[in-house]
Design a protein around this ligand. Structure first.
Ligand SMILES: *Cc1c(COP(=O)(O)O)cnc(C)c1O
Length: 428
């Protein structure tokens, strides 16, 4: 494939945008080469600026669960745009999408819409702190909750005491309120809670991790967190920005029948427009301004274009009760096919999958936390990535990412992908 136009466009972009991109992972730093510039997308396919067609397994990092340019979403946005794109005043549409979301997700009474997953997680933590009148939070290494200061934390020297910033610009003061735990390690969480008695406001977690590859919780892990939180007056925040409206109608709470105290959304809930949301039972949500003392606001929050796209998306998912099963079957088919060809070509690998999320790790050991995810062979991944692009298959340009299966993918697309992987893995 030829990437002449993409290379030219990237060179132009680099002059006026830092690194040529508006979000770092788009820049191909982990795999080398220059990013592919997209012209348009429809269904399961991307069309780039050089006229190449690619089967898409990123899907805007999750939102396009029904494929690109899904007709009802596109129509809803066009119709709303004609009536004005933002008012900064309440609209009926906001209540409609809120009511639908509340009806689909277990254990939430009220929801507030924001503009990104980052905002949702940041606001959820502030709400938890205000509600519990405590300052500290626990997060897990390898879980991503957006780029706000409290989450850009790595393990400090005294891991049981506090974390340290993993980006310049995050203050040591902020970092000291974030404790870092190991994913799938309940004992580690217990130690942190013991060492910080009555100081922890919330545990925030991706209940199925998707930002270090796809890592499902081991049996008993989420149940254990729930019990620890309840016993210690800590709020359990499920960051379902990736998993919400994807792994089940009601997300991971429904899938594993576990109650979170606050749930964060993004990605699918916006149908491809900038939307995030956080939700909880009324007692907690009523703590937010203007009812309660915890401040949170947004000029464009709940704007009609975003709400129209989100509502059309949620309605489509709500009306198609077979969709999550269908996506799971396609993912399992793809996973089995990849396993077969990689084995046949003597590649060392581990595949993690749940629902419509799947990740391929070039390491023989089980991938259950950040450390095991980081053990994968990145040189093999680079060859894998560039080889697949050359075959017309686009996966995320980083070994730490989950692939997203959409309803627009056909079994022919999946077979095409498996064949491409067969071909590419012969060259390792
Ligand atoms: C994508 C993501 C976020 C951040 O959402 P943005 O809309 O990119 O700010 C937060 N949490 C999880 C689990 C995510 O996958």
């Amino acid at each position: 494939m030829i990437y002449k136009r993409s290379s030219e466009l990237f060179a132009e972009a680099e002059k006026v945008i830092p690194g040529g991109v508006n979000s770092p992972v788009r820049a191909f730093k982990a795999v080398g080469g220059t990013p592919i510039f997209v012209q348009k997308a429809k269904g399961a396919y991307l069309y780039d600026e050089d006229g190449n067609k690619l089967i898409d397994y990123i899907n805007s990092w999750g939102p396009m669960i029904l494929g690109h340019a899904y007709e009802p979403v596109v129509e809803a946005v066009i119709e709303k745009a004609k009536l004005g794109t933002s008012f900064g005043m309440p609209t009926e549409l906001e209540t409609q999408i809120a009511a639908l979301a509340v009806s689909m997700v277990p254990n939430i009474d009220k929801i507030r819409f924001v503009n990104s997953g980052t905002e949702a997680c940041m606001s959820a933590v502030r709400l938890a702190r205000g509600f519990t009148k405590r300052d500290k939070i626990i997060k897990f290494a390898g879980c991503y909750h957006g780029h706000s200061d409290s989450f850009l934390i790595q393990a400090g020297s005294g891991a049981v005491t506090f974390g340290s910033p993993n980006s310049p610009g995050v203050t040591a003061g902020t970092a000291k309120d974030t404790l870092l735990a190991k994913y799938n390690d309940l004992d580690n969480v217990k130690i942190l809670i013991e060492a910080n008695k009555n100081e922890i406001a919330a545990i925030i977690i991706e209940p199925v991790a998707g930002n270090m590859g796809c890592i499902p919780p081991v049996e008993g892990f989420l149940e254990g967190l729930r019990e620890l939180c309840t016993a210690n007056g800590i709020l359990l925040i499920f960051d379902e920005v990736m998993t919400g409206f994807r792994l089940a109608r009601g997300g991971v709470q429904e899938l594993f029948n576990i109650k979170a105290d606050i749930v964060c959304f993004g990605k699918v809930i916006g149908g491809g427009l900038p939307v995030g949301a956080f939700a909880a039972r009324a007692e907690i949500m009523n703590y937010l301004a203007p009812l309660g003392p915890v401040y949170q606001a947004g000029t464009l929050s709940g704007n009609p274009l975003a709400m129209a796209a989100g509502l059309a998306m949620l309605q489509a998912l709500d009306n198609d009760r077979a969709i999550f099963k269908r996506l799971e079957e396609k993912t399992a088919y793809l996973g089995a096919g990849i396993e077969k060809v990689l084995k046949a070509n003597n590649v060392v690998f581990t595949i993690n999958t749940i629902g419509s999320m799947i990740s391929v790790h070039f390491d023989a050991n089980p991938v259950t936390d950040f450390k095991s995810a980081a053990a994968g062979d990145n040189e093999t991944f680079k060859k894998f990535f560039h080889g697949l692009v050359a075959e017309g298959v686009y996966i995320a340009p980083s070994a730490y990412e989950t692939w997203f299966i959409t309803d627009a993918l056909t079994y022919e697309d999946l077979d095409f992908t498996i064949n491409a992987i067969d071909k590419v893995s012969k060259t390792f």
